[in-house]
Ligand binder design. Structure first.
Ligand SMILES: [Fe+2]
Length: 180
């Protein structure tokens, strides 16, 4: 039988209970790639019939991590942003996402003004997943109909996050689910 959402959620739980740090997250990333290889899963949760928007597929009652489906029809470019004190793993379901990872080259947190430099650029293709550790800054750029599955360490709506305006350098607090 193909690897399905229930198995993935229970594997995430077992892995993160044992090791919530970067090594555990890497195991979750690999399991997510296994899930994305299941075409029945892709059709059921990311297919044409699925309602558009953001759906929570699973939230762990004890560990707090979430598995989310981002079902997009329209292309989007996000500003650089972090995931606050959480990590996030992005797994591509359909089409692709161009990722840029950024680093602050000013003297850092606390200021409402930042200077960012891109440090890594790559395209996430279907079946592949990338991890963004706590506090890492990235931006995403995807075409129409790009869909992805995201696993976050916690519900990001409950934590403080920031986004960066590249033109002005301004740092903005993010509102719930304002960007991915
Ligand atoms: Fe993000």
């Amino acid at each position: 039988m193909s690897y399905d959402l229930d198995q993935f959620a229970s594997d995430c739980r077992a892995i993160l209970e044992r090791d919530p740090g970067p090594a555990g997250r890497e195991q979750v990333r690999l399991k997510l790639e296994q899930l994305l290889a299941n075409q029945d899963f892709i059709e059921k949760y990311c297919g044409e019939h699925v309602p558009r928007g953001l759906t929570v597929l699973y939230e762990d009652p004890d560990l707090g991590f979430q598995i989310l489906a981002h079902i997009n029809d329209k292309a989007r470019v996000s500003p650089p942003h972090d995931h606050g004190a959480s990590w996030a793993i992005y797994g591509q379901a359909t089409h692709y996402t161009d990722m840029i990872e950024w680093e602050r080259v000013d003297d850092g947190a606390g200021s409402d003004q930042a200077k960012l430099e891109p440090v890594k650029k790559y395209r996430l293709l279907p079946g592949h997943a990338g991890t963004y550790e706590d506090g890492k800054i990235h931006s995403i750029d995807y075409p129409d109909y790009a869909r992805f599955i995201r696993v976050t360490g916690t519900n990001l709506d409950n934590i403080q996050r920031v986004r960066f305006d590249l033109a002005s350098g301004k740092v903005h607090q993010m509102t719930p689910q304002q960007a991915t």
